[in-house]
Design a protein around this ligand. Structure first.
Ligand code: NAD
Length: 367
């Protein structure tokens, strides 16, 4: 069988720095676990603009459609802030999400015990936390028409429209139920059915899809209560499924439960390809961190944990995904920290490469 394929788009700022550590782990997987991934690399964001005058070349887009998975570093930076909106680095990222039709955005919020002190909540509320937010990514109020700003009776009016079709709600719900089946079989759907018609439809469709997943315990919650519950007792949740707008807010809220931006991976999944696996793009949640780019201070864990998600969801290599997550946990428990994880612990910060060294050593020790 052909090796699985991966298109690496390291991007800008700290993107290439954290991606270097990911590439070392991919080499380790080939050498030590006989898991060979065919890696191609290309440009995205400002790096692509510098060469092609566009943040994503058509040829790169075409390859992204063909490979088993895309792993993206980060895009953007002050140098590109002056560019026209149509060629800003972020447009490259949006084009990938749109043309690959990546409708389910997975944001895990997992609290590593060694970092529980970094959470904005009390340690016992977050210790052992492991929740997954599935956010619908390609529809809802960020895309709905009509939209715009116009003048009515001498005053300006801003308009956005929340619009969801049954199909859009259903395919995301299926992704969320499938994920719940692989976890603790609990799904909480969040909307505002009390005040929004789109919320009533959301609740109806999720309930209908539930008939195909009777083993999963389904609950419904108004999204505002969901926000409250996330900071009151986050461990009550396993998988949360919600719309684009609420998901944007709730996933950032959940992110703070775990401490640092440098630790947060994400995945965006689309429809199944011919091999049965979903179209997929994996990326750390953080941006290009221009304030520390080029200094060797970046935490590579978010990007490394994004690779772990790719192993699990695109390469059917759940065992290796868990091994990699455990290696990150081991290294943190050993007290190895990049600067972003140091505020409360003191001591000497590990560089990006030293963090990579420690994770590879922990992987090797796990054999
Ligand atoms: P950012 O995530 O780049 O940085 C926020 C803060 O967190 C900075 O102080 C940074 O040093 C720190 N940080 C982020 N990742 C880190 C890591 N791995 N290790 C250590 N510290 C880390 O967000 P920002 O400063 O708002 O944006 C910077 C640029 O990135 C902008 O051009 C923005 O548009 C872009 N951006 C891109 C993405 C993406 O590519 N998905 C996401 C967010 C922002």
């Amino acid at each position: 069988m052909a090796n699985p394929s991966l298109l690496i788009l390291a991007g800008d700022g700290i993107g290439p720095e954290v991606m270097s550590e990911v590439k070392r782990i991919i080499t380790w997987l080939g050498d030590k676990r006989d898991l060979h991934i065919d890696v191609e690399e290309d440009l995205v964001g400002g790096a692509a603009y510098d060469v092609h005058g566009t943040p994503l070349a058509d040829s790169t887009m075409a390859r992204a459609q063909e490979v088993d998975a895309v792993l993206l570093g980060a895009v953007g930076g002050p140098k590109y802030d002056v560019l026209d909106f149509s060629v800003k680095p972020e447009r490259g990222l949006l084009r990938l999400r749109k043309e690959m039709d990546l409708y389910a955005n997975l944001r895990p919020a997992q609290c590593f015990d060694a970092l529980a002190d970094f959470s904005s909540l009390k340690k016992d509320l977050v210790s052992g936390l492991d929740i997954l937010i599935v956010r619908e990514l390609t529809s809802g109020v960020y895309f709905g028409e009509p939209r715009g700003i116009h003048e009515e009776n001498g005053t300006r009016v801003g308009i956005n429209t929340q619009r969801y079709t049954e199909h859009e709600i259903e395919r995301g719900a299926r992704a969320a139920f499938e994920l719940a089946m692989k976890r603790d079989k609990k799904l909480c759907s969040m909307e505002k059915a009390n005040v929004m018609e789109s919320g009533i439809l959301w609740r109806d469709v999720v309930t209908e899809v539930h008939a195909d997943y009777p083993e999963v315990e389904l609950s419904h919650m108004y999204a505002d209560n969901g926000a409250m519950q996330l900071v009151r007792a986050p461990k009550q949740f396993d998988v949360i499924y919600t719309d684009n707008l609420f998901g944007d807010i709730l996933s950032d809220c959940a992110a703070m439960l775990t401490g640092s931006l440098g630790m947060l991976p994400s995945a965006s999944l689309g429809a199944p390809m011919a091999n049965g696996r979903p179209k997929a793009m994996y990326e750390p949640v953080h941006g290009s961190a221009p304030d520390i780019a080029g200094t060797g201070k970046a935490n590579p864990c978010a990007c490394i944990l994004s690779l772990a998600m790719a192993l699990r969801y695109s390469y059917d290599a759940g065992v290796e995904a868990t091994r990699l997550e455990n290696a990150v946990e081991t290294v943190l428990a050993q007290g190895v920290r990049t600067g972003d994880l140091m505020q409360k612990t003191g001591g000497k910060a590990a560089s990006t490469a030293e963090m990579g060294d420690a994770i590879i050593a922990a992987l090797t020790a796990s054999l």
